[in-house]
Design a protein around this ligand. Sequence first.
Ligand code: BTN
Length: 258
Amino acid sequence: MQSNTFPGLFVGQNVITLPQVSSTNDYLKDKLSKSTPLAEGTVIMAVHQTAGRGQKGSRWHSDPGKNLTFSLLLNPVFLNPNHQFHLTVAICLAIVCWLESLLRIPVKIKWPNDIFIEDKKIGGILIENILKGKQWKSAIIGIGINVNQTTFPDGFKDKTCSIRHFLHQDGNIQELLSELCSHIEQEYRQLRDGSIAQQLARYKTYLYRLGELQPFWIDGDVKVNGVLSGVTDNGRLLIDFNGHMVDFDIKEVGFVFE
Ligand code: BTN
C-alpha cells in the first residue's frame, strides 16, 4: 500500500536486506519500473554493494558488511519537482543531526550533500527522482555512511572517515539504520508540513567552510579565491568574490581540494 498521509512511523518500517547487489539505487529503480508495489518508506539495504554509485558518475566503495549502504523510497508528491533541493536539505539535516547526537562532535555539510567531519567525508547521498509528466512520483534516496570501515582505497585514505574513528568501537548497523530512519522521518514530516524556510536556515548553519576564504574551481579550469557565503533557496552555492556575490550550480563550481 502506498501512503502519503503518514499516519505513523513509516520510514524504515519495511527493510529488505540483500546479501549482494550491484547498487541499491538501481535495484529500487528496477523494481519501480516494473510497477512492483512498494510502500513509501521502504528501505533496500545491501550487505555487499558491488557497483555502488556516487555523485557525478563516481563509484561508491564500501567493504562488505561494514557500512550503511541503502536506498529509501519516498513519494514527495507534495513538492514541486523544481524544488528537489528541498528534499536534499531535509535528508542532509537528518544525517547531520543523527551523527551529532551519536558522536557529540560537529558534523558539516559540504555543499551540496556530502557529509563531513573534521575535513573528511563520512557519507554521501545520491537522490534520483522519478517523475510522472511534470509531477513528482517517487524519489530514490541513496545513502552511504561509513560505519565500521577503517581502511580505504588509495586516493580516499586521507579524505575519508567512519563512525568507528570517533566511537572507537564497532557500531551496530541495524540499530544505526533504525535511528537514522527516525531522523529522516522527522525531517521529512517537517518538509511536508511546510517548514522548508527553517530547514534551509538550519542547512546553511551546517555548511562546511562557511564564511572562509578559499580557492574554487570555476567551470573546471579557473582557480579563484572567494568566501563561501551560503546557498540560494534553490540550492545554488553563493560565493563572495571581493564583495561581488555570484551563485553557481554543481556543474559550474568545485572545491579545489576534492
Ligand atoms: C556520493 O557522495 O557520491 C554519494 C554516495 C551515495 C552512495 C549510496 S550507497 C547506497 C546507494 N546505492 C548506490 O549505488 N549509491 C547510494
